[in-house]
Design a protein around this ligand. Structure first.
Ligand code: UN1
Length: 507
């Protein structure tokens, strides 16, 4: 489609009223009504959210528990078809989705389009995989006289708690995986971005996911806590901060009843190593993209750039030069590179970090940002040591350190020492260096001689270790397995004369 046509679709969608309500068995529940205001100008209303009260969350859990029975017995092929249809609907309705990704989450058109693409990919990928995985099961080789089948089933009610930075793609990644595996789902989108999530839920229902299998409860952390505490939770899938992942883990651990798994994707202090053999132009492009695209609000984004001393001056100069070219402002402008950060709290926190850095670090770049809206200009600061960056700074702020050629080990030790292990970039044309760095650091996604964001579903399975999450990787071949239980069925074929159908399962 032409750009005009696309912008037309977005423009028409912008005139619709949007509302996110708690949806239980497809019926709206009442609650406190709040306005969603766009981070683009902190003034324009995007729509309304009805926040779920505690008893609404409880009702959603009970409805999901009832819905699980039918959905888990639905053929995997039927579940896959619904997700495939949902993917088609996402593409057909992209105007409204793109509008919301821009207005509600402050995304540039580029980022919004990639996000719709990723959401579609998640639905199709898990559907394609689930068709086979959740089919009739795998026959296991064994002695004659018996048949053995290993099959996968849904666990029960999955609580899905998703972040505002990918309010469509990660929301749907979690929900589609849980549904494909045969679970019923209660989804709690981030409180900043319920509108796009509510639209996605309606598309899933329209595509054939029963209303009894997927329920929506917009709200803040209190609603999330209520869901996690519920006795019927069979699993939790969460993307967000390490701190909240810990809280969920603790809550699950303290509950009576079954042991409940948590699938968590959290943050990182992601580093990039650049040695003297790296290509400067490539490095400059990749660094600016990795640190400042999406206003640095990706868990995969580059936070700590480690440059070999011999080439540092030149590299930093080129990176700052590229950063200078970034256009910061209204993300609906077609040439904007950096939009706003998600809300006032995020901006305040980032502004405070930038002020502190201006006191203690060398400033290599300080951009300008519009005054209205929650914009934070890209900044580049040089630190004395990697340790000076002690926590994840979730925005467009890049920290640089220099290292001496014979001190690479110390840098790697500091990176390992953060306890995070999400993404890592390496720019070097020496194979031995690249191999060594990859071997030495236990990070989830390593990118060599390229940027380090934008993992592609099914191609670059995404997720980290340690403080960065539990695995398995989203968009990878093992993700669906964690949403399921395994059941081994062993039948004595000699004794079971009349069970021909059951026995056929294992053949
Ligand atoms: C996140 O930001 O929470 O590779 C994770 C990427 C994205 C990151 C998603 N898949 O940049």
């Amino acid at each position: 489609a032409s750009l005009e046509a696309l912008l037309g679709e977005i423009g028409r969608s912008a005139r619709q009223p949007f509302k996110a309500e708690p949806l239980i068995d497809g019926k709206a529940a009442s609650g406190e009504v709040c306005r969603i205001v766009s981070p683009i100008d902190c003034a324009t209303g995007v729509g309304e959210v009805v926040e779920a009260a505690a008893e609404t969350a409880d009702r959603a859990m009970a409805a999901a528990q009832a819905g699980f029975v039918g959905w888990s017995r639905t053929a995997a092929e039927t579940r896959a078809k619904a997700l495939m249809r949902a993917a088609d609907l996402l593409e057909e309705r992209r105007g409204a989705l793109l509008h919301l990704l821009q207005a509600e989450a402050g995304k540039t058109l580029d980022d919004a389009m990639s996000e719709v693409r990723e959401a579609v990919d998640f639905c199709r990928y898990y559907a394609a995989q689930g068709r086979t995985l959740f089919g009739s099961g795998d026959a296991m080789p064994g002695p004659t006289g018996e048949s053995n089948v290993l099959r996968l089933r849904g666990r029960g009610v999955f609580v899905a708690i998703s972040p505002w930075n990918f309010p469509l793609a990660i929301f749907l990644g979690q929900v589609s995986a849980a549904l494909m595996a045969g679970n019923a789902v209660v989804a709690k989108p981030a409180e900043q971005t319920p509108l796009v999530a509510a639209l996605a839920v309606r598309l899933l229902h329209e595509a054939g996911v029963p209303q009894s299998a997927l329920h929506l409860v917009p709200g803040d952390g209190r609603v999330g806590a209520r869901l996690v505490e519920h006795r019927d939770v069979a699993g939790v899938v969460f993307t967000g901060s390490t701190e909240v992942a810990r809280l969920i883990n603790r809550t699950l651990a303290m509950k009576d009843g079954p042991i409940v798994p948590l699938i968590a994707e959290t943050g990182g202090i992601n580093a990039m190593i650049v040695d003297a053999t790296a290509l400067p132009e490539q490095v400059a492009d990749d660094v600016v993209m990795s640190a400042f695209r999406s206003a640095g609000q990706r868990c995969s984004a580059l936070r700590l750039l480690c440059v070999q001393e011999d080439v540092a001056d030149r590299m930093i100069e080129m990176i700052a030069g590229n950063a200078q070219e970034l256009k910061i402002g209204d993300p609906r402008e077609i040439d904007a590179h950096v939009g706003p950060v998600i809300d006032r709290d995020a901006k305040e926190k980032l502004d405070a970090h930038v002020s502190a850095m201006k006191q203690s670090a060398k400033v290599h770049h300080a951009g300008d940002a519009p005054a209205a809206g929650t914009y934070v200009a890209p900044h580049i600061f040089e630190l004395n040591r990697p340790h000076d960056l002690a926590e994840e700074v979730f925005g467009p702020v890049l920290h640089v350190v220099r290292y001496k050629a014979d001190k690479l080990e110390d840098v790697l030790e500091s990176i390992e020492g953060t306890g995070y292990g999400l993404t890592l970039g390496v720019h070097s044309r020496i194979d031995a260096t690249v191999e060594h760095v990859i071997e030495r650091l236990s990070v989830g996604n390593v990118y060599v001689n390229r940027n380090m964001i934008g993992a592609v579903v099914g191609v670059q399975p995404f997720g980290g270790h340690g403080l960065s999450g539990t695995g398995p990787k989203a968009g990878g071949p093992h993700y669906l397995l964690r949403f399921a239980t395994e059941q081994t069925v062993t039948i004595n074929t000699a004794a079971a004369g009349g069970n021909a159908n059951l026995i056929a399962m294992g053949e």
